[in-house]
Design a protein around this ligand. Structure first.
Ligand SMILES: [Zn+2]
Length: 261
């Protein structure tokens, strides 16, 4: 992955998207935020100085160099997918995914452990991005994003961004149960792989190390999306490059962005 980093701290996903579909995933690098947000925090609601965040967003716009309109959301770990037509909407809009057919609208989600998923169809007509933590995954944010597409699921490409890995994502029974309740055979059959029992039982309650990346792939495939790219990069482990809420609490957010030229 490191060879696709550029000086600005942007990572270009390695996936066979059509030439008119562009995407970047930002890192901690290249921005102006001070501790504990150093340096390229793009999230406004994490306690960082607003000036710094807005300057970081301006730098991002310059680095992508395409005179894009950036659309951000107020993410609530829900399953609402916002469709963007000509007009941008206020950043206060509560949703966890964006879908559009419009050109030059950069659709972005912000994460620090949660999964981001970029989508496009093979013709490059439709794009989407979703923010999917465990709650979003368990309540259908990916399925609802796929459903926005006119293109058939087997013609879609999906790219999975950095996400907290099974090495660090410890959850309680309720999280494991939420995924078992989806009633997907692959999750039920593989539950002992997707949820390793942790040594840290709490008040007699089991704890589990959950593999969100693998769960997301199963959910996508269950809806016919099998052209899935990316590699599992743990945000908690990769402290040089990514923010991790689990690791740091007070920290920044990095962005996953997709647009059509
Ligand atoms: Zn890890």
């Amino acid at each position: 992955m490191s060879d696709s980093f550029v000086e600005s701290g942007l990572h270009e996903p390695d996936w066979p998207a059509p030439a008119n579909v562009k995407a970047v995933i930002t890192t901690r690098h290249g921005g102006l935020s001070g501790p504990p947000f150093e340096s390229n925090n793009l999230g406004l609601h994490v306690g960082d100085a607003e000036d710094a965040v807005m300057q970081n967003r301006t730098l991002l716009a310059e680095d992508t160099g395409k005179q894009l309109d950036f659309q951000w959301l107020t993410q609530v770990h829900g399953n609402t997918v916002l469709t963007l037509d000509k007009e941008l909407v206020d950043e206060g809009a509560e949703a966890d995914a964006l879908y559009t057919r419009q050109k030059k609208i950069a659709c972005g989600v912000l994460t620090a452990d949660c999964l981001s998923v970029l989508f496009c169809d093979e013709k490059g007509e439709e794009i989407a991005v979703a923010h999917a933590g465990w709650r979003g995954l368990a309540t259908g944010v990916l399925e609802r994003t796929i459903a926005k597409f006119d293109a058939e699921p087997n013609t879609l490409l999906a790219y999975l961004g950095p996400v907290i890995g099974p090495c660090h994502f410890e959850v309680g029974d309720e999280v494991r149960q939420a995924f078992l309740d989806l009633d997907l055979p692959e999750i039920i059959n593989q539950h002992s792989i997707l949820f390793h029992e942790s040594e840290n039982a709490e008040n007699g309650q089991h704890k589990w190390m959950a593999d969100l990346y693998a769960i997301a792939k199963i959910i996508l495939a269950s809806r016919g999306v099998t052209r899935i790219y990316g590699e599992p990069i743990c945000t908690y482990c990769e402290f040089d490059n990514y923010y991790s809420y689990r690791r740091d609490g007070d920290t920044g957010r990095f962005a996953s962005i997709i647009w059509k030229e």
